[in-house]
Write a protein that binds this ligand. Structure first.
Ligand SMILES: CC(=O)N[C@H]1[C@@H](OP(=O)(O)O)O[C@H](CO)[C@@H](O)[C@@H]1O
Ligand SMILES: [Mg+2]
Length: 555
């Protein structure tokens, strides 16, 4: 390691005084103007991680669903997974080190993680469409090269596409080709194969309206749509030509506001979906004949997919285990439906894809989705081999077809991470094969009315939780207060946790009516405000709708 060169270069990527950042649920995120030094340092860290794992490491520059002025960075581990937790700590240490400390911190990390400094390093870089992303990804590359690492800059990519590239490169191309063309080919071939039957049987070509959040999803979907146009026609909205990234549109907006995005023309009963700003989340929705808006979220996606997978699994007669992984934000009705109607085991983990991903790996077939639409399905190596073998060997036509279908489903899912494009194609394939409308899908179960709020407190870390974030253990008295409030309503549940991506506390409540869910969320927010050090004046009790966007206390 040429530490003198690091010192010299780092002066060109100076750290603003007094800034402390933490590698959170999805890497570092803050205002773009504060991130140059973090990018450079994550370039350095990616080289060390690459040397240690003797693999290609990914660095993605994005702040996903956050405002256009923000940016962020996360590292992608060898199998396309999120960075290992011990390295998250190294990342935080490195990002916050004073400039003169950098050489020492780099040596410290190398020693602690037993990095062989003579090993070659290779890093791949991707970025979203934010105005700040190009320059920031150049700072990542500066960090990579100063430590002698090789790199490939993919330029504009969705986050899941970068995960895919990393996975392909570290599995000698067995997973797919590590090019954008390879990604399009792999997914669209599986989609066309899977849906052949559905479209032969006389179904009209299907159309789907997609709100691309004015982000990278628009660019990539536009490039890709010709590959699968024989099975599905997508109409793009919020494609970035006019509007601002994630502003009044995108999956996060639709889910948290429970209303349609601006910039999309919705006719009644038309199937629409929204991606988020880096295209790793997807949410469906429609207006019914009475003009009422219906959200079909990540929980319903998990229900649709697991129901669909159960049938061919039964058909092939193999006892592969199927399970669903959710977080505390999953609607209570979805959990009940999966467990009681579908008879599928359900696990709850902490928020953040890495937790769900790891839990899902415990099943032969692990379906994981956050309610906000981030998720995928993981097939264990053993399950994949078994299915491939059965698709070749099974004599009975019906059984062989079921195995073949599962084989295509495996190829259609991005096994590295949740992927809006891949999930969209899976969902569209299932709806086509089953002949389901979006209304029929929505009718699998009825969501319990729910409300999410954000509370600003002086230090959100005064709240700590247990039981997959469903119980607050600190500050004293908070959980007891929540329990008392929950008792006032029917079918109710509420929890609070500090966000891992924003400087706020999140409050979630559900109950038998929207009014009750709103009141409960509001009352719990007040309890947080009082017991966990809220900032500003105590808000007057009004409808949560009124302070969803505007209040400095709640948003
Ligand atoms: C309630 C919620 O939607 N939380 C989101 C959000 O995390 P927070 O830690 O809640 O800020 O961003 C994460 C990264 O995108 C995503 O994984 C997660 O689901
Ligand atoms: Mg995202």
């Amino acid at each position: 390691m040429d530490l003198d060169a690091v010192t010299k270069q780092s002066a060109l990527h100076a750290k603003p005084d007094g800034l402390t950042l933490q590698y959170g649920t999805a890497g570092f995120r803050t205002k773009a103007e504060h991130l140059d030094h973090v990018m450079f340092r994550m370039g350095l860290l990616a080289v060390l991680r690459s040397k240690q794992t003797k693999s290609t490491i990914g660095v993605m520059v994005t702040a996903s669903h956050n405002p256009e002025e923000d940016n962020g960075v996360k590292l992608v581990d060898p199998l396309g997974e999120m960075l290992a937790p011990s390295w998250e700590e190294h990342a935080t240490c490195l990002a916050n080190a004073e400039e003169q400390e950098l050489p020492r911190v780099l040596l410290d990390i190398s020693e602690k993680a037993a990095v062989n400094l003579h090993q070659d390093a290779f890093v791949v870089v991707g970025r979203d469409t934010r105005p700040s992303s190009e320059k920031l990804s150049q700072s990542v590359i500066d960090g990579v090269t100063v430590l002698g690492g090789q790199f490939h800059d993919y330029g504009l990519l969705t986050t899941p596409q970068l995960h895919y590239m990393v996975y392909c490169r570290n599995t000698s191309g067995r997973y797919g080709k590590a090019t954008i063309e390879g990604y399009y080919q792999k997914l669209s071939t599986a989609f066309v194969e899977l849906t052949k039957q559905a479209f032969c049987s006389g179904d009209d070509q299907r159309t789907l309206k997609v709100d691309c959040a004015n982000g990278i999803g628009a660019l990539k979907l536009r490039e890709m749509k010709h590959y699968f146009s024989q099975g599905l026609s997508v109409q793009l909205f919020n494609d970035g030509t006019e509007g601002k990234l994630n502003h009044l549109c995108g999956a996060d907006f639709v889910k948290s506001h429970q209303k349609p995005p601006q910039g999309i023309e919705m006719k009644s009963n038309e199937r629409c979906c929204s991606f988020d700003g880096d295209a790793d989340r997807i949410i469906y929705y429609y207006h019914d004949a009475d003009g009422q808006f219906h959200l079909v979220d990540g929980d319903k996606i998990a229900a649709l997919i697991s129901g669909f997978l159960k049938e061919p699994l039964l058909e092939i007669g193999d006892s592969l285990s199927l399970g669903v992984v959710q977080t505390a934000y999953a609607n209570g009705s979805s959990t009940r439906y999966l467990e009681e109607v579908m008879k599928v085991p359900v696990c709850c983990t902490k928020t953040g894809v890495k937790h769900l991903h790891h839990k899902a790996q415990e099943f032969d077939i692990g379906v994981y989705f956050e309610a906000n639409g981030h998720g995928t399905v993981l097939f264990s190596k053993a399950a994949e081999m078994k299915i491939k073998q059965l698709a070749e060997e099974l004599e009975e036509d019906k059984k062989r077809k079921a195995a073949k279908m599962l084989e295509n489903v495996i190829d259609l899912f991005n096994q590295a991470t949740g992927d809006a494009i891949s999930d969209m194609l899976v969902i569209e394939a299932i709806l086509a094969l089953k002949g389901l409308t979006v209304q029929q899908w929505d009718a699998l179960y009825t969501d319990l009315p729910n409300r999410q709020l954000k509370v600003k407190v002086a230090d959100r870390q005064v709240i700590s939780t247990t039981d997959a974030e469903r119980q607050a253990v600190k500050p004293p008295g908070l959980q007891e207060a929540i329990n008392e409030l929950v008792k006032k309503y029917r079918l109710s549940r509420a929890f609070v946790r500090p966000s891992g991506t924003e400087d706020i506390v999140r409050v979630y409540a559900e109950a038998d009516s929207q009014e009750n869910a709103d009141s409960l969320a509001y009352e719990v927010s007040l309890a947080v405000f009082q017991l966990a050090g809220g900032i500003g004046e105590r808000p007057q009790p009004e409808s949560p709708e009124q302070f969803l966007d505007d209040s400095p206390l709640f948003s």
